[in-house]
Structure formats: C-alpha cells, structure tokens
Design a protein around this ligand. Structure first.
Ligand code: ZN
Ligand code: ZN
Length: 346
C-alpha cells in the first residue's frame, strides 16, 4: 500500500509499505477514505518530535471503513464506517478512567508517532472499541475528519480549559485550523466578543467570516495594544494561545483581564518567560492540556444538528495520492491560503 513515510528531519516520501495486519485481538485495520495533515506533522518533519523514528508512517486523523478486526473487538464489525480519534485509549487504565485519554498507559497520541499512522491506504488501530466512533449515516466525511483532532483540540484545550462563559470577551491568538476550531466551538457559549490575532490576512478574513468581531494582524500592529484598546484597557476574560511560540504566549499574558484565563493549546518547543511579576496579583489561571478527544460524541451531535460547521476550516481537497502536494500546500499556508487540506480515497 502507498503511505507517507518519515525518513528523518526534512525528509518524507510517498511510497509502498506493507499493509498493516492485526497484531492484538483488540485491533482493527481501517481502509482510509479521508485523512488530513496537522501542524504537528510539520513539527515532526522539522525533527521537533524525537519519539517519531525514521520509517514511520505519519498522520493521526482520518475516516474510513473496517476491513479486518481482532476477535476481542465488540463494538465494531467489518464494513463499519468509522471516525478515528487522534488519541488511542484503552478505556481501563487509571488515566482513561479519569477521561484523560491523552495519557492512556497503552495509548495516548501514538498514531503517526510511536506506531504507523493514517496518511496511508490502510492503518491499524489498537484498542479499537474505545478509540473509534461510528460514522453517522449520511455524514459529510470531510467534516467528520475535522473531528479526529482539530475540533476537539480547539474545544477541549481552548474553550473548555479556558472556561468560556456567556458574555465573556475572548481573544484567540493564532487563527490557524485549531484557532478557528476554538472560535467555531466557543460560539456555542455566546461570548460577547471574539478577537483573533494572526500574521496571515487570509486566516484573519476567514476568522471574521466565522464570527470574530475584530481581527488583528500582528505583523502591522502590536497585538497586545490593540486587544487592550478594544477592551477599554481591561483585557479579555479568556486568552487562547493557538500557535506555540514565546511571542504569542507573551501576548496572552499581556491581554488577560484580572480574573481571566490563559488556555494554552500551542505545541511549545522553547521555554517562555512567565511574567509572574505582573500576574501574581491578577487572579489569573493558566491551563495546559493535550487533547483527550472526550468531546467527540458531543461535537458530533453539534455538527449533525448544524450548530457547528467545521468544513469552513477546509481550504483544499486533494486525492490521497497527491499527499506530497498536500504537504507542499499545507507547509506554505500563507502563500497557498491553506487551512486544512483533506485527502480522499474513494
Ligand atoms: Zn494533530
Ligand atoms: Zn488507558
């Protein structure tokens, strides 16, 4: 089967690898019909994620149908169409019992990291009963693919951790796919104002179409000053960090209102300066989280009812065999006007 194989920093190829097979009775093999590329995949390609070894098939998002199943799998049958969670969970370990699937002792983020992932014609999914979801009849598979990672990440790490309440003012620093997912899902809670910050005009325009009241280009103005101006000098109730660099985290520290929350989503590779000398008396909460995907069932219902539409974050649709072109497009997001790139097969 064809697959996207990581060969070390800066190198990947689209080539043949042996089709996966059942290794444990709790496994299934899924034939991929949709997959996509995550910002984390670009981090891996840069060599930022040492747990990914050369030879690994990348990708942790996807939709497909079950072609083979282990004898202990009870919830799914061959032929079932499924959504793959980016987080694998056994459902039994202490972390899973606390709904913290991201730190599952037998799973967590392993797809496209410690085991072969979804950017391929087939993928093996361990702990299938607790790591897959049935695709509802008639669901838009492109939209469904956004529920593997992007939407639950923006919602859980941004909106839930940030404790967005009705009437809150909200700043989303970083209007890439995950920032937009936070925006889309935050609107379920009726914040009074959403401000987005980015350097990419296309992303800012999209954020306004999705309901941001103000969009600040941090290339042309000081983002913290602009947010403070918009809030009468008070700052925002919730600042969501959706980039993962010291500058954007610092912006969040400067714009959080007394009693506010900073919800970090970004994958940070470098230390940041914690401005405790400014924050110590401001009753501020800072949260970090890796997505657990516990919100997938709720988000799926919200999507099926039309309350949220994650397809607005999809910019490009390509065939699975155009994987390298998809990486080229997603890797030059500003030039290509790229958000999520969906790859389909059949
Ligand atoms: Zn991801
Ligand atoms: Zn577990």
């Amino acid at each position: 089967m064809k697959s996207l194989i990581y060969l070390g920093p800066g190198k990947c190829v689209w080539q043949d690898k042996e089709k996966p097979s059942i290794q444990a009775p709790t496994d299934v093999v899924v034939k991929i019909s949709r997959t996509t590329i995550c910002g984390t995949d670009l981090h891996i390609l840069k060599g930022d994620v040492p747990s990914v070894e050369p030879g690994r098939i990348l990708g942790h998002e996807g939709v497909g149908s079950i072609v083979e199943k282990g004898e202990a799998v009870g919830n799914f049958a061959v032929g079932d169409r499924v959504l793959i969670s980016c987080i694998t969970s056994c459902g039994r370990c202490p972390h899973c019992r606390r709904q913290m699937f991201s730190h599952c002792e037998r799973g967590g983020w392993i797809l496209g990291n410690r085991i072969d992932g979804t950017q391929a014609e087939y993928v093996r999914i361990p702990c299938a009963d607790t790591s897959l979801y049935h695709a509802p009849n008639g669901v838009d598979e492109d939209a469904l693919t956004m529920l593997s990672d992007m939407l639950p990440t923006g919602f859980e790490c941004g909106v839930l951790s940030g404790g967005v309440n009705p009437g809150d003012t909200l700043a989303i620093v970083g209007a890439g796919p995950v920032g937009l997912a936070a925006l889309i899902s935050a609107r379920l809670y009726s914040p009074s104002m959403i401000v987005t910050v980015d350097m990419d005009e296309h992303r800012l325009t999209t954020s306004k179409e999705l309901g941001a009241k103000h969009a600040i280009n941090s290339r042309s103005e000081n983002a913290a000053d602009a947010v403070l101006r918009l809030t009468g000098g008070v700052g925002v109730d919730v600042a969501i960090e959706a980039v993962g660099v010291p500058d954007t985290f610092d912006t969040c520290q400067q714009i959080v209102a007394p009693g506010g929350r900073i919800a970090n989503i970004g994958v940070h590779g470098k230390p940041v300066t914690l401005r405790l000398e400014k924050l110590w008396d401001r009753n501020v909460t800072i949260t970090t989280r890796l997505v657990d995907t516990v919100s997938i069932p709720m988000l799926l219902k919200a999507m099926m009812s039309g309350a949220i539409d994650p397809t607005r974050a999809i910019s490009h649709r390509l065939h699975l065999s155009e994987m390298l072109k998809a990486y080229e497009t997603f890797g030059h997001a500003a030039r290509e006007g790229a958000l999520k790139v969906v790859l389909s097969n059949g």
